[in-house]
Ligand binder design. Structure first.
Ligand SMILES: Nc1ncnc2c1ncn2[C@@H]1O[C@H](COP(=O)(O)OP(=O)(O)OP(=O)(O)O)[C@@H](O)[C@H]1O
Ligand SMILES: [Mg+2]
Length: 256
């Protein structure tokens, strides 16, 4: 996100082009000589994310400082985006390559070591297991004010064999619930939403069905997010952002 924001700010009001690409590459010793990284990186397979813009570009001095916390050349900049990004990449034992020319544009390429295990097939295995276990089907009601989250959670749950209903806030969820109560297996409920937040929605749903199965989902950690629900019969918790198999494990446990 910060890459795109920076690219946009580098173009600064003019019309320009931002290109985003992803891919896989084999990095040999020579290639790895020209990347910025914290420690020695092994020759091998890497996946990359590349963001290019044809904005203002950077001089050598700026390039040297972009990862310093609070370094910014912008009037309202905080200078934290790149330093945070640097930390994330370091945490994954990855590297960054920067090409930039003043007045012409910039390309950032992030390299992350490619996993030797095929993740896609791992997920397929889990999915298969789950479908066999979950033959009852039914509806998952996904309540979240962010459309993208509803879509992603919906896709994951659909893969597990559920039908999906979506609500973009608690008020909508509480209206929708009684119409499908017999078929709703569980509710995946976001914590912070406008109109009616997770806590109030949970209370209202319990009035409609004291046994309602609710899985809370939040960016806060479990302890912070669930302390207000203690002893009130929450079926499960999943911390955002989650992967399909984490969500799947939580759903399984909650329905048991
Ligand atoms: N695509 C780019 N083109 C030109 N300069 C860039 C680009 N990306 C980063 N920079 C330079 O690096 C500096 C640091 O970037 P960083 O994202 O850390 O902070 P910021 O964008 O200034 O503030 P914020 O914390 O809001 O992201 C920028 O101020 C800018 O000078
Ligand atoms: Mg920035």
């Amino acid at each position: 996100m910060n890459f795109i924001t920076n690219a946009n700010e580098a173009i600064h009001g003019k019309s320009g082009v931002i290109t985003i690409s992803t891919g896989w590459l084999h990095a040999d010793h020579n290639y790895l000589k020209n990347v910025i990284c914290e420690e020695h990186l092994d020759e091998g397979d890497y996946v990359y994310l590349e963001v290019s813009d044809n904005g203002c570009g950077m001089d050598k001095k700026t390039i040297q400082k972009i990862f310093d916390p609070f370094f910014t050349t912008k009037f309202t900049g905080r200078g934290l985006g790149m330093s945070a990004l640097h930390g994330i990449i370091r945490g994954h034992r990855g590297a960054i390559k920067i090409y930039s020319e003043l007045g012409r544009g910039t390309t950032f390429k992030i390299l992350l070591p490619a996993s030797k295990h095929a993740n896609a097939s791992r997920y397929t295995d889990v999915k298969h297991e789950y479908n066999a276990w979950e033959s009852g089907g039914g509806i998952a009601l996904v309540v979240d004010d962010e459309e993208m989250i509803r879509e992603m959670a919906g896709a994951m749950l659909r893969d597990m064999g559920f039908d999906i209903l979506e609500a973009e806030n608690g008020l909508e969820a509480v209206k929708l619930y009684p119409k499908h109560a017999d078929n709703i297996r569980f509710v995946l409920l976001d914590m912070s939403m406008p109109k009616m937040d997770g806590e109030e929605t949970f209370r209202e749903l319990r009035k409609l069905n004291p046994k309602v199965c609710v899985i809370l989902s939040s960016g806060y950690n479990e302890q912070e997010a669930t302390q207000r629900f203690n002893g009130k019969g929450l079926a499960g918790f999943v911390q955002k952002p989650y992967l399909p198999d984490t969500l799947q494990e939580t759903v399984k446990k909650s329905l048991e």
